[in-house]
Design a protein around this ligand. Structure first.
Ligand SMILES: CC(C)(COP(=O)(O)OP(=O)(O)OC[C@H]1O[C@@H](n2cnc3c(N)ncnc32)[C@H](O)[C@@H]1OP(=O)(O)O)[C@@H](O)C(=O)NCCC(=O)NCCS
Length: 194
């Protein structure tokens, strides 16, 4: 069983070549709103684009509760070059008995297609497996979300399930499918990193 008190005693900052992955602060709300106000960002995550900075303030408070309740960690992704918040990455749905968690991620559209999220998730997977001691990490995505699927495939995630119309998307007002991917620690450690 993972020791959650030990794990949540500190909220680490992680680094990659181009990004700093750090805890959010309340001052990040306007920048996070800039990320979340685009329809193409929220299209596959069952949410409407944010309408105001207040929406971002409320979301950052929710992220803090996720941490306080030891359910997971939601980090801000900051571009080193400009010191700008450009998205988030999270490890949540922590299941300490089974050494498993789920990874999620969002990037503002301006920064898509540069390999950034693959770089960021690589660091978060190292943290999840090496520092937390997870055995497996899951990712759920809409099958139409080609970019997200590609990120997962580049990192060695394997498709394990395809649920049909298991999710009611209130923004698109229809049932949508979910694909479930997972990565085992031995496969992560045994492969060449992207
Ligand atoms: C998913 C997301 C984080 C990817 O971020 P990113 O930094 O652009 O990802 P990367 O550049 O590391 O990799 C994206 C890959 O998808 C590919 N890709 C993107 N759009 C594609 C498309 N329409 N068709 C085919 N491939 C596509 C890119 O070419 C790249 O693959 P490659 O390196 O083999 O060329 C970003 O698109 C995003 O934030 N989307 C909105 C939020 C979201 O859906 N999050 C995931 C929820 S599960």
């Amino acid at each position: 069983m993972l020791n959650l008190d030990q794990l949540f005693a500190e909220f680490p900052t992680l680094e990659t070549e181009r990004c700093i992955i750090r805890p959010f602060t309340p001052e990040d709300a306007p920048a996070f709103f800039e990320v979340m106000r685009h329809e193409q960002v929220t299209r596959y995550i069952g949410q409407k684009p944010m309408a105001s900075v207040e929406d971002a303030v409320a979301r950052l408070q929710r992220f803090q509760r996720v941490h306080d309740q030891q359910e997971g960690m939601v980090w801000a992704v900051v571009l080193r070059e400009t010191n700008q918040v450009i998205g988030n990455v999270l490890l949540w749905n922590l299941n300490p008995a089974h050494y498993r968690a789920e990874v999620g991620y969002i990037l503002g559209p301006e920064w898509w297609g540069k390999g950034l999220m693959t770089e960021i998730v690589t660091r978060v997977l190292d943290f999840g497996f090496d520092t937390i001691g997870l055995h497996s990490i899951e990712a759920q995505t809409d099958p139409d979300n080609v970019a997200s699927r590609r990120v997962l495939e580049k990192l060695g995630f394997v498709l394990e399930a395809h649920y049909h119309e298991n999710y009611y998307d209130p923004t698109r007002e229809r049932f949508t499918d979910t694909t479930v991917f997972s990565l085992l620690v031995q496969n992560w450690k045994g492969q060449k990193k992207p």
